[in-house]
Design a protein around this ligand. Structure first.
Ligand SMILES: [Zn+2]
Ligand SMILES: [Zn+2]
Length: 341
């Protein structure tokens, strides 16, 4: 069973399943061009997902060998996973923003041992208890999923039109969820004449019913203090100003009123920052802050891997508060604790 949808104006989508994931599927968009279809994202690298993509393209009246190019919104495996197989079967180019392409290169070149060592050090510095960090020290040699993602062969340059003969698809850099996340703006009249400016493929940046994970940009080789949440909020405003007639996200479903959704998300994050500031009336490490934060279930029920993601999210919020001058590190604390100013 394959679900495809015709969005009109030479744009279709295929729902490609993500195995064992509550998100369910990635919407792979198929954009007709004069040289053959161009895909926006490809889906998770799994045999059943691949079969769905193949069947989906057939249902769209085309086939994998016809694909002319692949535009990747960001490097995550539910978006970039099948790019290598698509390229192998079609000779298509694969394009990605340089910042995410750098992550792909690093992932391919980093041994799992180095990654576990880095994560263990990072979690210890964030105040994680020893029983949480210990498994990472014995995880050496374990295979990690998505370890050899395809190296892109083209760079997506912010502000430039992509190589889609007969179409106008412009790259909008929207860092935050990843450092090289892009949205793609189809600068054409909406097929149903909805008011607004064209259509926007929003990847994970702007989704109708969930907020994307904003953590730290994990890089074992780079000690730069980045501010991913600040990047994300700026990127949201950029999309709000664009005012597309319709948003075509990579998960869930399409929607209109992008500016309204942007406002909701900006409000949501401001509320969340204010809530965290209240918690920081007493000094807390990032780990302690994560324990106190509100999640979709009690902290004790959050599985191991999701706790790491939660701590990363706590840290990105702390970075933002520090940068805004609303919180600061407690001098001499080890692991570092933060307190409201
Ligand atoms: Zn993602
Ligand atoms: Zn995703």
């Amino acid at each position: 069973m394959v679900t495809t949808f015709d969005h009109g104006g030479g744009v279709r989508s295929v729902a490609v399943p993500i195995p064992d994931n509550p998100l369910g599927h990635t919407l792979v968009y198929v954009v007709d061009t004069d040289r053959g279809p161009v895909l926006v994202d490809t889906g998770w690298d799994d045999p059943a997902s691949w079969d769905t993509l193949v069947a989906g393209l057939t249902a769209c009246g085309t086939a994998v060998p016809e694909v002319y190019g692949v535009v990747i919104t960001h490097h995550h495996p539910d978006h970039h996973g099948l790019s290598a197989r698509v390229r192998e079967a079609s000779g298509a180019w694969v394009a990605m923003h340089a910042a995410d392409a750098a992550i792909v290169r690093r992932t391919r070149g980093t041994r799992p041992e180095r990654w576990f060592t880095y994560m263990a050090a990072k979690l210890t510095a964030a105040g994680a208890p020893e029983q949480h960090v210990a498994p990472l020290r014995t995880a050496r040699g374990r295979r990690l999923a998505g370890l050899s993602p395809a190296l892109p062969d083209r760079e997506i340059v912010p502000g430039e039109l992509l190589d889609l003969p007969g179409r106008r698809l412009r790259a909008i850099w929207t860092p935050g969820h990843t450092p090289g996340h892009v949205c793609l703006h189809l600068e054409e009249e909406h097929p149903a004449q909805l008011p607004g400016h064209g259509r926007l493929f929003s990847g994970d940046h702007l989704l109708p019913r969930i907020t994307p994970h904003i953590g730290l940009y994990e890089d074992p080789d780079d000690a730069t203090v980045t501010d991913p949440l600040g990047d994300y909020l700026d990127s949201l405003e950029r999309i709000g100003r664009l005012a597309p007639a319709e948003v075509l996200p990579a998960h869930q479903h399409t929607f209109t009123d992008a500016s309204g959704r942007v406002r909701e998300l900006l409000d949501h994050h401001e509320e969340r920052l204010a809530g965290l500031l209240a918690l920081l009336a007493e000094p807390l490490t990032p780990w302690q802050l994560a324990e106190h934060m509100e999640w979709n279930r009690p902290w004790t029920e959050i599985p191991y891997g999701s706790r790491n993601i939660a701590v990363s999210e706590a840290e990105s919020h702390l970075r933002r508060l520090v940068k805004q001058g609303r919180a600061e590190a407690v001098a001499g604390s080890e692991p570092v604790a933060y307190v409201a100013v």
